[in-house]
Design a protein around this ligand. Structure first.
Ligand SMILES: Cc1cc2nc3c(=O)[nH]c(=O)nc-3n(C[C@H](O)[C@H](O)[C@H](O)COP(=O)(O)OP(=O)(O)OC[C@H]3O[C@@H](n4cnc5c(N)ncnc54)[C@H](O)[C@@H]3O)c2cc1C
Length: 469
């Protein structure tokens, strides 16, 4: 009888685990047991862990990388602090600003970034003044005076405005859940304008972005206000300071490969074989990375679909330090907007007004194409393009960093974007609680954008957990 019960118990648990499921490490104790496991030590995970620790709960914070911060990454190798990830802290970022104050981290202005004031279109360098009448300006007559860098926002701003940004998923706006390409085509926007907008769109492409998502982002930007800032010394100081408060809870280089929830616990297994058990788990990995993780136990088909189908925008950057002085006034124009693999070039000047740093920032399809090359080929492609359009810089720059967010295993993209149809089908399920699994991260919170949404989501998920423990 006893033996039959044991066998029955095994059968039930293997059914619960499903094929390939992990066994519950019943031996787990001490450091591998907690009230809550938080997966990912980016802004969302750090915030959740901080909140739950303050509630007196035992927290395990598992981070795949050897560093905290996720998509916050300040580069310091040149003595300047340059952001390769999350940059602008908007005036409306109330929670992030409050935390910065608590952590004793002052905010400063973003530095000297100017608008793109010269263009490369079909291989020809064109100044802003030349653009309206330039032979390469093949825009429709009504569009001709609009600079290539402003076309996207100009065209979007003619569209509908949500009464409230968070209305974007309501049925009223379902007709907007079509590709931005299709939406713009209905507005009789010229094919040349479509091509130029696609060249540097902050998404995979016009075809892959829902118009409902594009209008939502615009509404958020409108209420976000101007006057963005960053943390003095770099935004990584913010995530580092949060991490420093969590030394007992934080475990880096813990790549979660399996999450298994049963009726009374969640078991998590890492690539190095370590296993952890908790009553609840907050998952903050971007869905692009989470889809590589095996999630066993009850989880709704809608959530699985959201994890599998969520799209992330590719962003690739090449960073150049200027090693021999070039006076900015020697260059025809310091900031360049191109329709090729160079993307947009942002130049930074030092206090003496000299050019000291350039970032080539490439989005969408151009980034996707570069990401298919080896890192050295990608860097050389961008460097060749830089020297072609800034001949004064030949031999005067060093490549100091190459960042492909889409090729980073634990990011697989820069930020969430919703494809046509996904605003209606995926958005409502991004943050849903699945049994003992809670979800946080920029992809789960839509009242704010970027870093603030990650932080707000971290608090929200921590509150969900605290209420249930
Ligand atoms: C180029 C770029 C520019 C940006 N600019 C801005 C801006 O100007 N303003 C703004 O507000 N926002 C901006 N953002 C967005 C902002 O940086 C992000 O929204 C925010 O940092 C996301 O935080 P998160 O905690 O949701 O995700 P992440 O920072 O991605 O954190 C998730 C964590 O989970 C970890 N992880 C993933 N998989 C696993 C696994 N299997 N096991 C364990 N851990 C795992 C990751 O390593 C990571 O640390 C930008 C982002 C990029 C990339």
């Amino acid at each position: 009888m006893q033996r039959r019960q044991i066998i029955k118990g095994f059968a039930t648990s293997s059914l619960l685990l499903g094929a390939g499921g992990i066994s519950m490490p019943l031996w787990a104790s001490g450091n591998s047991r907690a009230d809550v496991i938080v997966i990912g030590a980016g802004l969302a995970g750090l915030t959740s862990a901080r909140y739950l620790k303050a509630q007196g709960l035992k927290v395990l914070l598992l981070e795949a990388r050897e560093r905290v911060g996720g998509r916050i990454l300040t580069l310091n190798s040149t003595g300047m602090d340059v952001e390769a990830g999350g940059l602008q802290i908007g005036q409306g970022y109330g929670l992030m600003r409050t935390y910065a104050q608590q952590l004793g981290l002052p905010l400063v202005s973003l530095g000297r970034y100017a608008e793109q004031n010269a263009f490369v279109i079909n291989g020809q360098r064109i100044s802003a003044e030349e653009w309206p009448t330039h032979p390469q300006n093949l825009l429709a007559t009504s569009e001709k005076n609009t600079l290539p860098s402003r076309l996207y926002y100009q065209m979007l701003s003619k569209g509908p405005e949500y009464a409230l940004p968070w209305d974007w998923t309501s049925e009223k706006y379902a007709p907007l859940d079509i590709s931005l390409d299709a939406y713009f085509s209905q507005q009789n926007i010229s094919t040349q304008a479509l091509r130029l907008m696609d060249a540097n769109i902050n998404a995979l492409s016009l075809k892959d972005l829902s118009a409902a998502d594009a209008f939502y982002r615009l509404s958020l930007a409108r209420i976000g206000g101007r006057g963005a800032q960053k943390i003095e010394g770099g935004n990584s100081r913010f995530t580092q300071a949060l991490g420093d408060e969590l030394t007992g809870e934080l475990h880096t280089e813990k790549v979660v490969t399996h999450i298994n929830q049963s009726h009374d616990k969640v078991a998590v297994r890492c690539e190095d074989g370590s296993q952890y058990i908790a009553k609840r788990c907050i998952v903050t990995s971007p869905f692009s990375a989470l889809k590589e993780v095996s999630i066993q136990g009850d989880i709704s088909p809608q959530k699985r679909q959201a994890i599998d189908k969520a799209l992330y925008t590719p962003v690739t950057q090449v960073h150049f330090a200027v090693k021999k002085q070039v006076d900015a006034s020697m260059l025809e124009a310091t900031n360049l907007w191109t329709d090729n693999a160079l993307g947009r070039v942002f130049s930074q000047l030092n206090d003496a007004g000299q050019l000291c740093y350039l970032t080539s920032w490439i989005n969408g399809q151009q980034a996707k194409a570069l990401d298919m090359l080896s890192p050295s080929e990608a860097v050389n492609t961008v460097k060749r393009a830089l020297e072609k359009y800034y001949p004064d810089l030949k031999g005067k720059t060093d490549v100091v960093h190459h960042q492909s967010w889409a090729n980073e295993r634990f990011s697989k993209g820069a930020y969430i974007q919703f494809a046509p149809g996904q605003v209606q089908t995926l958005v409502p399920h991004m943050a849903s609680i699945e049994g003992r699994l809670h979800f946080a991260g920029e992809h789960t919170e839509f009242m704010y954008s970027g870093m603030e949404s990650a932080i707000v989501s971290g608090v929200r998920a921590a509150q969900e957990v605290a209420e249930r423990l």
